[in-house]
Design a protein around this ligand. Structure first.
Ligand code: KG4
Ligand code: ZN
Length: 353
């Protein structure tokens, strides 16, 4: 079984082909083409939806052909066409979904609309053999949530951010330090040479019940410290980055520790924890979560950073998981700017979708 996956929800245009790994319960990536639009957005200090949509249109056809060529396949060899159907910037989502539907119609093959967050969560099963239930921690520029993954299509949020997404916090602090967008990797590089103990920044939510995240108080504390320091030396910048990153790590570890406890109370033992989203590429966060999982005796699934950030392989894989269960979509599927993994969460909690 082979599925092509299209990702256009944010600022990466990406197409991949994934097949079932015969004899193993995980997948095999035959091609994974990613075109980042960072250069087009950098001048604006963030992603501009209209610029993103235009760039997706320009690149998508070419990437679909390149992905098939790389996999050494013809479109007729593919069993289904999957696209991220949301959540995301609606202009981009419409482009990816429309392209997938058009191919499905022309080739008479099934179309599958994949929830982008579901795709990050199911990456665990693309790279390793793992049964449900497990936990997924999604940390990106737009989302921060801890999810119980119970079965395909059965997800329950255990915790969410009440303000900024983790990547947003990295990007905003980077901007304050005069670093280019995206700020996460820049902060990581600076932090490596800084003193994480020089500034004792607050760690919102730590010690509180539940597994919700909050980063905005930390961001404000960094802003106030920068104003107090006035002209920043390179050492100040490195220490600010290191102290901020250390606080982010502490918040995330505390929240995930609580989340694991909550999961165990709800579901019994989770079979593992998988991370996804661009921020999951952060080495300090990866190291800290590796330690936490070792401490609580939980398997930790850490996809390579190119499978943590947005890409087509995770969309194709989620499509393949759905295809195996016969979960295909009609061509009247409407692209969704918002698409919570569990519809009830927003009602039960305060969280954003
Ligand atoms: O998942 P992603 O590629 O795009 C979406 O937001 O959907 O995530 C991008 C985010 C940006 O906020 C970026 O600054 C952050 O991930 N990021 C990092 C690192 N690499 C990317 N944050 C911290 N450390 C990193 N190494
Ligand atoms: Zn993503």
């Amino acid at each position: 079984m082979k599925v092509i996956g299209i990702e256009t929800t944010c600022d990466e245009t990406a197409v991949a082909v994934v097949e079932e790994n015969l004899g193993a319960a995980c997948g095999h990536i035959l091609s994974n083409e990613v075109l980042s639009q960072i250069a087009q957005h950098a001048a604006y200090g963030g992603v501009v939806p209209e610029v993103a949509a235009r760039a997706h249109i320009e690149a998508l056809d070419r990437l679909i052909i390149r992905s098939l060529t790389q996999a050494n396949l013809d479109i007729q060899d593919i069993d289904a066409i999957a696209a991220a159907g949301g959540p995301g910037l609606i202009g981009g989502v419409i482009i990816g979904v429309t392209a997938a539907k058009a191919i499905a119609l022309a080739t008479n093959k099934p179309f599958i609309a994949v929830n982008h967050l579901e795709a990050h969560a199911l990456t665990a099963r693309l790279i390793e053999e793992i049964d449900f239930p497990f936990m997924a921690l999604l940390l990106s520029g737009g989302h921060t949530q801890l999810v119980a993954v119970k079965a395909i299509g059965n997800y329950q949020r255990i915790g969410s951010t009440v303000d900024d997404a983790a990547g947003e916090a990295f990007d905003k602090v980077a901007k304050m330090l005069g670093l280019p967008y995206p700020g996460g990797p820049e902060i990581q590089t600076l932090a490596r040479e800084g003193d994480p103990q020089r500034f004792d920044f607050p760690r919102p939510m730590i010690g509180r019940q539940g597994a919700d995240f909050s980063f905005s108080g930390l961001k404000t504390a960094v802003r106030l410290e920068i104003m107090k320091l006035g002209n920043l030396s390179q050492t100040d910048k490195k220490d600010l980055a290191a102290s901020f990153e250390a606080a982010m790590v502490d918040i995330i570890v505390d929240r995930v520790r609580n989340g694991i406890r909550l999961f165990n109370e709800m579901e019994g033992r989770a079979n593992g924890l998988v991370i996804g989203g661009g921020v999951a590429a952060n080495t300090a966060i990866r190291r800290a979560l590796t330690r936490l999982c070792a401490e609580v005796g939980m398997r930790f699934i850490m996809p390579p950073s190119q499978l943590c950030s947005d890409n087509g392989a995770i969309i194709a894989w989620a499509g393949l998981e759905r295809l195996r269960l016969g979960l295909i979509n009609d061509l009247d599927f409407a692209p969704k700017p918002r698409w919570p993994l569990d519809a009830n969460y927003s009602v039960l909690h305060h969280g954003k979708a």
